[in-house]
Design a protein around this ligand. Structure first.
Ligand code: ATP
Ligand code: MG
Length: 239
């Protein structure tokens, strides 16, 4: 279902150490702006058109709509991995983007904490510093009790939370999360929803593609692709 997104090698992008002045300098605040954005693949129908949006830090933005409405495609356009067929997307002060996949991909034999330590070591921290910070991040995601466990031993919800913790450890400006709750039971899904919206308090733009009504409700703002179906199909027929 998410082959398009899953082909993006995002977690392997280079590490940038955040400028220490970043949090204090309004001019550095990440901002993503979309103007009259529309997309279709080759001569297929328009998935969406005339989308206008401004995405700020400090809010969790839901990208909602039924399966096939173009959520993953729009995530990829927002990230700059694909160009829209129409309109423009600009990213200001966005140097580091992280994408958290629907299906958590970890290293089965590596411990949970290793997954979070790795991006911190890449930022130049010593192992001791990295482990301290990893523990702090993992506690945000209620993962400290599984820190020493191998990835293959984690539950689905723990593995999904670990991928979010790992993404946060690499200090992204833009965090794209594709269907975080699709394969989880309701209790675990609610847990992920609360964690995601908590992330939005930080200096990061959080965008969550979902067709889960609870995840949608947990977001502070929603871009809804559902209503674009009929309008964009009509436009597709006309052109
Ligand atoms: N590279 C591609 N070439 C042609 N069509 C594509 C390509 N990628 C996606 N599509 C089609 O575009 C439509 C939107 O796909 P997309 O993956 O963005 O939907 P989605 O809203 O994320 O769906 P889901 O909820 O199932 O993940 C689908 O009909 C899909 O088959
Ligand atoms: Mg998708």
């Amino acid at each position: 279902m998410n082959d398009h997104a899953a082909s993006l090698p995002l977690t392997e992008t280079p590490i940038r150490v955040r400028n220490a002045a970043h949090n204090d300098d309004d001019h550095d605040t990440p901002l993503v702006t979309g103007t009259n954005v529309g997309h279709r693949f080759k001569n297929g129908p328009w998935l969406f058109s005339n989308l206008n949006f401004t995405l700020h830090t400090g809010e969790a933005i839901g990208l909602c709509g039924p399966s096939g409405s173009g959520k993953s495609t729009l995530l990829s356009i927002i990230a700059g991995f694909d160009n829209p067929s129409k309109g423009t997307v600009t990213r200001e002060h966005v140097s580091r983007i992280r994408w958290v996949f629907q299906n958590p991909h970890g290293m089965p034999k590596r411990t949970a904490i290793d997954h979070v330590v790795q991006p911190l070591l890449g930022q130049g921290l010593t192992r001791e510093q990295a482990e301290d910070e990893a523990v702090a991040i993992m506690s945000m995601f209620r993962l400290t009790h599984v820190a020493a466990r191998e990835f293959s031993e984690l539950s689905g919800g723990e593995a999904q939370r670990l991928m979010l913790a790992r993404a946060i450890a690499s200090k992204p400006d833009l965090l794209l999360v594709d269907e975080p709750t699709a394969q989880l039971d309701q209790h675990t899904a609610n847990d992920i929803d609360a964690t995601l919206t908590g992330l939005a308090q930080d200096d990061v733009i959080v965008i969550i593609a979902t067709h889960d009504s609870n995840t949608r409700a947990a977001c502070s703002r929603v871009i809804d692709l559902a209503w674009h179906d009929s309008a964009s199909t009509a436009e597709g027929r006309m052109s």
